[in-house]
Ligand binder design. Structure first.
Ligand code: ADP
Ligand code: MG
Length: 213
């Protein structure tokens, strides 16, 4: 269960951004809507403990995320949250497979076994690009690699920021089905921020909770 209450954030010299309260059950789907600049990415960053709220509380599966210290936050995120960021942050000096392996290194674990990484890519239909550099991928392939990376450690919470922004209709459909299907199969909670009509239409069948900022 994810619960937040009185959540607010202020960028340096910016106004206080306030977010409506919400409760989201385990395995739930939240569609976060709102015009550009309404605070969608900021709320996602708060949910992923990438930012600390100025006010309010955020409770994820019994953990008071708002009161974690910086190191605890990083450890909590690495363990529990899969982030599909708006910009993919794939390193172009590494192969696709090594980009995935970075997840293990970042979490200070033993390096992840190549077979498991390949299996993760294969599940998303992109095993054949494992040896390529990110700039050699189509937008849809890059998004699927980023999704494989987000799901690698079996997160209970998956956060996607405008996952279809740069994709054509076919690629958008594929990525959305994979995103929704794979989080649902794992019983993970999914939060998707978007102002893309196609996302709302596609995810409507899954009866999402909707929050409009
Ligand atoms: P959205 O994702 O809905 O487009 P954002 O969460 O990115 O909205 O931004 C919300 C508001 O915060 C906007 O007014 C934006 O200009 C402002 N903002 C976002 N990031 C920063 C930042 N790093 N510094 C100052 N203001 C920011
Ligand atoms: Mg945004």
């Amino acid at each position: 269960m994810i619960v937040w209450e009185g959540l607010a954030y202020r960028y340096a010299r910016g106004p206080l951004l306030r977010f409506p309260d919400l409760q989201l059950p385990d395995g739930g789907l939240l569609l976060l809507r709102g015009a550009s600049g309404s605070g969608k990415s900021t709320l996602l960053a708060l949910l992923a403990a990438l930012l600390t709220p100025a006010e309010g509380r955020l409770d994820v599966d019994g953990v008071a995320v708002h009161s974690l210290g910086p190191r605890e936050r990083d450890a909590w995120r690495a363990r529990h949250v899969g982030v599909l960021p708006q910009r993919l942050h794939l390193s172009d000096s590494l192969s696709v497979l090594d980009n995935l392996a970075l997840v293990g290194w970042a979490a200070a674990e033993r390096s992840m076994d190549r077979e498991a990484l390949l299996a993760a890519l294969d599940q998303l239909g992109v095993a054949e690009v494992a040896g390529r550099r990110p700039h050699e991928l189509s937008g849809g392939q890059a998004q699927r690699v980023a999704l494989a990376r987000a799901l690698l450690r079996g997160p209970r919470l998956v956060i996607a920021d405008e996952p279809t922004a740069s994709l054509d209709d076919d690629a958008a459909q594929t990525v959305l089905s994979l995103l929704q299907g794979m989080t649902q199969a794992r019983g993970a909670t999914l939060v998707v921020a978007t102002h893309d009509r196609r996302v709302m239409d596609t995810l409507a069948a899954a009866s999402p909770v909707e929050l409009c900022l």
